[in-house]
Design a protein around this ligand. Structure first.
Ligand SMILES: [Zn+2]
Length: 126
């Protein structure tokens, strides 16, 4: 990961547009603040409640919003799926700690509390 501030700001702007597109102006406002803080350097992070904005999480969210070319890197799993990275953990309960990041039109954004993996959970129920 060695993107420039300009590249990151462009990604943040794309993500902000995607957030506005689904009516999540709250995320878009957070992203505007994060984008401004990036002027101090690409390693800058911004915590807004439960969402921690960084280069890594911007990439995660671009995947969750299924923005090309990041759409493919976000796995789509069935409802109640466990973290595939942690399922083989020696601690049998490790993979159970999964948070919901957001409800998106494309599904539910999920994040493993243990390893930080994100995926999109496809809704199967009406
Ligand atoms: Zn995990």
């Amino acid at each position: 990961m060695s993107r420039t501030v300009e590249e990151l700001q462009e990604m943040v702007a794309t993500l902000g547009k995607a957030a506005m597109g689904i009516g999540r102006s709250d995320l878009a406002s957070q992203l505007r603040i994060y984008s401004l803080s990036l002027q101090r350097g690409p390693g800058e992070k911004f915590n807004a409640g439960s969402v921690h904005w960084s280069e890594e999480s911007v990439v995660d969210w671009l995947g969750l919003f299924q923005v090309p070319p990041y759409a493919d890197q976000c796995p789509i799993r069935p409802e109640q799926a466990r973290c595939e990275k942690c399922v083989a953990s020696p601690n049998p309960r490790a993979y159970l700690h999964v948070d919901t990041l957001a409800d998106l039109p494309s599904g539910r954004a999920r994040k493993c509390r243990k390893c930080g993996a994100v995926w999109l959970e496809r809704r199967t129920r009406q």
